[in-house]
Design a protein around this ligand. Structure first.
Ligand code: B12
Ligand code: SF4
Ligand code: SF4
Length: 383
């Protein structure tokens, strides 16, 4: 790199530019390997805590913890954070019937594209600052890099026992992204704060997914069960999901640091831009594939797809136990997707009553899928 360049001054300009591009949290970290993250990841994979995510292999973990795998002459990481905490007042208007809950990060537009576009514009402007030969690579969530570990090293925040990165201004309600570069920028210091004796998040988790402080068992986390899991939700975990239909925020809602969090989400993440915070469930159960695609295009809901969302809606309805949902669930017993039919059967069994039993018995004689028939039998046997 050019010895005539004042990298301290360049760092100030790089950070100012990041704020101008809508990244209020910005810090710089060295691009050295993330040894602690690699150790943690490999231990957790070995322990079986990631067995549900087939793509989360030991090889991927090793690759993700060394930024030089992406850019051989990488020197620095510019860590970026954006709040997704929207003001409550912009929630959707009321509608009758049972309602589900959506994790805060997923209520509006999808962040991958929105932040991806901003990263592109930011990097284009970085080129006007940087010396010749500047190389950059951008990451947000899906890249093979450990986003939280980068943010922690760059001083954006600290690890909470719920394993989220907590920040002074926005609590843990932040998306993380980064720019990897060959610029040797002087690094920032990590934040020294930690949870102290607080333990509130752990008992707040209904599936006991926080197995040790800072360690989440992916396979028990409602976020995984409602978003990433493609097949049936394990029967023993369904009751603990409550009314969450996409993601879960309980370990973050319990966190005292989040009480003081600024509500600074850009309008793209407001509930009015997507599914909202507490959507009415019965209309969701009646969505066709076409309607699902039109309504939820460019929102995080596409990750679960119609079948995943409707599976989750059935579980939430079963847990809410509102008898007015029986006709819609009975209709869902005839859905094209066995995944939806099986979870509708579970929900009807949980709600119980004559009408629910009749619907289950009628469907049983028509049902061709073995797993769905098993769910119907179990539902009919429910107390
Ligand atoms: C896989 C994944 C998941 C999995 C597994 C989550 C997990 N905790 O490991 C599932 C699907 C469950 C998930 C859920 C969620 N996710 Co997610 N997820 C990821 C992804 C793709 C990889 C995370 C990873 O590598 N985990 C492996 C473990 C080893 O990493 P870690 O948790 O950071 O582990 C560190 C700590 O445990 C710490 N540590 C070790 N020992 C100890 C001991 C103590 C006492 C403490 C305090 C810390 C500590 O060191 C470890 C290594 O650095 C990242 C994006 C990315 N590319 O990084 C997003 C990411 C982590 N997810 C994110 C979000 C928003 C969520 C949800 C909040 C969504 C929701 N509301 O439903 C939940 C939160 C659940 C939770 N409590 O963690 C954000 C987190 C933002 C933030 N402020 O932290 C990320 C960074 C995406 C992004 N770019 O914004 N996620
Ligand atoms: S997101 Fe929900 S299920 Fe996952 S660890 Fe936190 S409280 Fe538990
Ligand atoms: S609830 Fe308490 S223990 Fe959990 S992350 Fe927040 S401060 Fe840490």
């Amino acid at each position: 790199m050019d010895t005539d360049v004042d990298y301290g001054a360049l760092k100030v300009a790089v950070k100012r530019l990041a704020r101008q591009h809508g990244f209020p949290l910005v810090g710089v970290a060295s691009a050295a390997p993330f040894e602690r993250a690699e150790r943690s990841l490999l231990e957790r994979i070995e322990e079986g805590l990631f067995s549900g995510l087939a793509w989360f292999t030991a090889d991927r973990a090793r690759f993700s913890c060394d930024p030089r795998n992406h850019l051989p002459d990488a020197r620095s990481l510019i860590a970026l954070g954006v709040s997704y905490n929207a003001p409550e007042a912009v929630d959707e208007p009321g509608e009758a019937g049972p309602r589900g809950r959506v994790a805060r990060y997923a209520r509006g537009k999808d962040y991958h594209r929105e932040i991806g576009d901003r990263l592109k514009a930011y990097c284009a402007d970085l080129r006007t600052l940087g010396p010749p030969g500047l190389a950059v690579k951008t990451f947000v969530d899906t890249g093979r890099l450990v986003d939280r570990a980068v943010a922690e090293r760059a001083g954006l925040g600290w690890y909470g026992k719920n394993s989220n990165l907590l920040t002074h201004r926005f609590g843990s309600w932040v998306f993380l992204a980064e720019v990897l570069t060959n610029l040797p920028l002087p690094p920032d210091e990590p934040v020294r704060t930690h949870c102290g004796s607080c333990e509130r998040c752990r008992p707040a988790c209904p599936t006991n997914a926080i197995v040790r402080p800072g360690v989440v068992d992916n396979d028990r986390c409602i976020s995984y069960l409602t978003i990433e899991l493609r097949g049936p939700i394990p029967r023993d975990l369904r009751p603990a999901i409550g009314d969450w239909i996409f993601g879960c925020d309980l370990c973050q809602e319990a966190c005292p640091v989040n009480r003081k969090a600024e509500t600074a989400a850009p309008p793209a993440y407001w509930p009015s831009e997507g599914i909202g915070a507490r959507p009415a469930l019965l209309p969701l159960l009646r969505l066709s594939e076409e309607e699902f695609r039109t309504r939820f295009r460019s929102t995080p809901l596409t990750r679960a797809g119609r079948r995943g969302l409707l599976r989750n809606v059935c579980v939430a309805l079963g847990n809410l136990g509102d008898p007015t949902s029986v006709p819609a669930l009975a209709e869902a017993l005839g859905d094209d997707e066995p995944l939806v039919r099986g979870h509708a059967a579970w929900a009807l069994g949980r709600i119980g009553g004559d009408e629910a039993r009749r619907a289950l018995t009628d469907r049983r004689s028509l049902e061709s899928d073995r797993w769905v028939r098993e769910e119907i039998d179990l539902a009919l046997g429910m107390p």
